[in-house]
Design a protein around this ligand. Structure first.
Ligand code: DX5
Ligand code: ZN
Length: 223
């Protein structure tokens, strides 16, 4: 048995005090630091990228989990790896036939962990070409683009589907991450369905005490 891993998303952090916010989650027992990269094309919003990761990665011991919500991820994957990503999360919708396999192979060849992400309306079956090789699958529980949205009810079923698919492919070690609207109320639903890693933006960084919020989400997931 493993307690769920918590991946606070710095999109909800105070950018003017980013180093302090990262220290707080690190001391508060977070496992990953989730970095939401948005390009204004794949999703409407524009957030952060390689220059930020270059400074952030050497300054933390947390797993740098880079969630790429960008068009043409094959171009930028090597840049994020050079900048210090530990885990590269690519959206299946951003990649044409055959490119998803190339992306996962590129990440693995660099010695990093590879994840594939699904928007809420994308069939879980889209993971099929890489399911046997993935370190993690990301099941989005909001439409990607913004923090602070509400969890889409029913995502639990998609988590269970991804877990079953990985088992059927013999990939028992594949983690499942859920991202969007996760907090103490929604964590138990997705954890029960098989989620291993919970991304929390507002639930952690907009809390009075982010360390306590991490503990609260983890405890709720354990019920
Ligand atoms: C949404 C991002 C999420 C988001 C999470 O596109 O991928 O990581 O920032 O924020 P909350 O937890 O506030 O929904
Ligand atoms: Zn994210």
């Amino acid at each position: 048995y493993q307690p769920v891993k918590i991946a606070p998303s710095i999109l909800s952090a105070d950018f003017m005090r980013l180093a302090a916010d990262i220290a707080v989650i690190e001391e508060g027992g977070a496992n990953f630091v989730h970095i939401d990269v948005m390009d204004g094309h794949f999703v409407p919003n524009l957030t952060m990228g390689v220059p930020l990761l270059k400074q952030l990665a050497p300054a933390t011991d947390l797993v740098c989990d880079v969630h790429l919500m960008i068009d043409n991820p094959l171009v930028q994957i090597p840049w994020f790896i050079d900048a210090g990503a530990d885990l590269v999360n690519v959206h299946v919708e951003a990649l044409a036939d055959g490119e998803l396999q190339r992306a996962v192979a590129m990440v693995h060849e660099a010695g990093c962990l590879a994840a594939a992400a699904l928007k809420p309306k994308t069939p879980v079956a889209a993971l099929a070409p890489v399911i046997a090789d993935l370190d993690m699958a990301l099941v989005m529980s909001v439409e990607p683009g913004f923090s602070g949205q509400s969890y889409i009810v029913g995502t639990e079923a998609r988590v269970a589907e991804a877990a079953a698919m990985a088992r059927a492919a013999g990939n028992e070690a594949m983690l499942i991450q859920v991202d969007g609207g996760i907090g103490p109320a929604t964590a138990p639903l997705v954890a029960a369905a098989g989620a291993d890693v919970l991304v929390c933006g507002n639930a952690v960084f907009k809390a009075e005490d982010p360390a306590a919020a991490i503990a609260e989400v983890r405890a709720a997931a354990d019920k």
